[in-house]
Structures are given as structure tokens and as C-alpha cells.
Design a protein around this ligand. Sequence first.
Ligand code: SF4
Length: 63
Amino acid sequence: MICRWYPVCPIKKYHEQGEIEPDWVADYCMVSNPNCMRKRLEEQGIYHPDNMMPDGSMRQDPK
Ligand code: SF4
């Protein structure tokens, strides 16, 4: 089951723009992974920056 936040999640945008490894979406968003840090924070109403990845690490922009 796809994560309910996917339509509005910046990870979707990064994925569609080919800016991140596809594994992020496959391993987290497409299976609604309960370990997603973004989801946990979202559902607690806690701020998290757009460039925070599902595992809580910060996205490294390509050089
Ligand atoms: S990154 Fe997390 S919150 Fe965003 S769509 Fe994927 S699983 Fe959901």
C-alpha cells in the first residue's frame, strides 16, 4: 500500500525528477514503511525539512 503522504511528499518530487535513488520510494513509500522518519514526524505534527530522507538522513545533492 502506498504511503498516504506520497502525493504531497517532497520525496515523490525528487523521485520523479530522477534526483534520488529509486530504492527510497520502493523501500519506503510504496510499502508505507512504518520506519519512515518523515512519516513519523508528519503524523506528530513535528517540523522536518524537505531534504530529510525517509531514514532521517539529509539528502546529499549531486555535485
Ligand atoms: S518519504 Fe515517508 S512520508 Fe514521504 S511518501 Fe515516502 S513513506 Fe511517506
